[in-house]
Design a binder for this molecule. Structure first.
Ligand code: LAG
Ligand code: CA
Length: 472
């Protein structure tokens, strides 16, 4: 049995999209650990195609050339190992975006070598140990998206589709994932899970080692974009294998907050495809920011803060925050220092200063970062004391006797609330105010009476959040 020596902070995940490994490590130390984040989803760490002529589009990473970790755009294997250890020491798990359905596709053939210098051709990736026989027979794009056989075995975006039923392929994938688990990676976002049959995934997951330090099985969440077709292609069909991405949350919650239609959010579980325990929820991800930008930070920062804070306060699903960079076209890669000698992949700039070079760092916004501590404090306390404004543009709810939060997309509010909080003075954690060692609030303080009632002002696009861990 694996010795458990580390304790994760909580269940909040953040995708540090395209961040360098050394930058992730520093963020774990300086921001994520202290704020109580439980995990970081990092960009795919395996050798990928290098499309210098196209200015290194972000999606290079989703075209594996081998499973070697050295010399990706984000650093070396040693940097990766150091990141995993530093984050673990701060209670933060590392989740790898596992691209295991396919290898580099048609559009990138001829662009070689890969980021670590290995050559490849369509259906031949010698550094990964894959040859023609390791790819499926349907060597064309998926045509009928309602036909499981095509969705599973034909090509997604002309990417060479691995024959995941083959024991050799399964073994190579498991070796890659176990290399990561051995380093200390605690879980995986399984890319394009919908494009692999459940039985293949089950076999691969079954070959994985237990996670060192944190202990237990690797935590898996699978990318299954809800669309048409029969039940076996729907999100619930993958839930017995691990958690699944809940795209209805992204499609419905962001636009509702943007449009000031908050009342229904109290009961949003009834609208979702998955039960809470199976769902990984998000306001946006790196794909939807580009393909379905209903609510993204760079266009609508105020409503985005409200939606993200709500996601952290409300008990549905495992929340995954997005941390991104400003972009003007959909292909645009991360802020980059360009081609650098000795780094054929082209170095990505370190987001040391959020706001500089286009790094947005949504996760550091006070209304978002402060809610991570709120979520950790309230735990599984029930949803209580629901309130909705007359116009439906503001809502509030309690989390039992542990916390209370208000979300406002309407005009400035000055309102009397009823909560389950014990009497006392509370610091609003959504405006960046926290208690200091001496017990005073650095910002706004709210006084709760013996019956749980209090009066508070919340501006337009404001969030107010009180919990028993941050009292004045
Ligand atoms: C995913 N989830 O299931 C990722 O979230 C998504 O970002 C990936 O697509 C996709 N599956 C495959 O891993 C991204 C880009 C695509 C890009 C692909 C491979 O959204 O645009 O395709 O990564 O790099 C590109 C070209 C295609 C071309 C393909 C193969 O856009 O036109 O056919 O490369 O050369
Ligand atoms: Ca497949």
């Amino acid at each position: 049995p694996v010795e458990t020596t580390a304790q994760a902070n909580g269940d909040t995940l953040v995708h540090l999209f395209q961040w360098r490994w050394d930058s992730v490590a520093r963020e774990c130390e300086d921001v994520l650990g202290p704020a109580g984040f439980g995990g970081v989803q990092v960009s795919p760490p395996q050798e990928h195609v290098v499309l210098a002529d196209d200015h290194h589009p972000w999606w290079q990473d989703y075209q594996p050339v081998s499973y070697q970790l050295d010399n990706t755009r984000r650093g070396t294997r040693a940097d990766f190992v150091d990141m995993v250890e530093t984050c673990r020491d701060n209670g933060v798990r590392i989740y790898v975006d596992a691209v295991i359905n396919h290898m580099a596709g048609s559009g990138s053939i001829g662009s070689g070598p890969g980021s670590n210098g290995n050559t490849f051709d369509k259906y031949r990736y010698p550094a990964a140990g894959y040859d023609d026989q390791h790819f499926g027979d349907c060597r064309r794009d998926i045509g009928n998206w309602d036909n499981p056989d095509e969705v599973w075995h034909c090509e997604l975006l002309a990417l060479s589709d691995l024959r995941t039923a083959d024991p050799v392929v399964r073994g190579r994938i498991a070796d890659y994932l176990n290399d990561l688990v051995g380093i200390g990676v605690a879980g995986f976002r399984v890319d394009a899970a919908k494009h692999m049959p459940q039985a293949d995934l089950q076999a691969i997951y079954g070959m994985l080692d237990d996670v060192p330090h944190f202990g237990g099985r690797p935590h898996i969440y699978q990318e299954v974009i809800e669309g048409g077709g029969p039940p076996e292609l729907k999100p619930p069909a993958y839930a017995h294998l691990g958690q699944v991405t809940e795209f209805r949350y992204q499609r419905q919650v962001g636009p509702a907050v943007r449009d000031g239609n908050l009342g229904w959010l109290h009961d949003l579980g009834g609208q979702m495809a998955l039960p809470s325990g199976d769902a990984v929820v998000f306001v946006d991800n790196h794909d939807t920011q580009r393909s379905d930008p209903g609510l993204v930070f760079q266009n609508n920062p105020g409503p985005y803060r409200v939606a993200s804070a709500f996601m952290l306060a409300h008990p549905f699903g495992t929340p995954k925050l997005m941390s991104s960079y400003r972009f003007t076209n959909n292909e645009q890669g991360a802020p980059s220092a360009g081609q650098q000698p000795g780094n054929p992949a082209g170095a990505i700039t370190a987001p040391t200063e959020c706001g500089a070079n286009g790094w947005l760092c949504e996760h550091r916004e006070p209304a978002i970062a402060g809610m991570v501590g709120f979520r950790n404090q309230v735990g599984d306390a029930p949803l209580t004391h629901r309130w909705t404004s007359g116009d439906g543009r503001a809502i509030a709810f309690g989390r039992g006797q542990e916390g209370f939060a208000v979300f406002n997309r309407g005009g400035a509010l000055n309102q009397a609330f009823r909560s389950g909080l014990p009497a006392g003075t509370y610091c609003d954690v959504a405006t960046g105010s926290r208690s200091t060692g001496e017990g005073t609030c650095t910002g706004a303080a709210v006084t709760v009476a013996g019956d749980g009632s209090f009066q508070a002002s919340v501006p337009t696009d404001g969030v107010l959040a009180l919990h028993v861990g941050e009292t004045g």
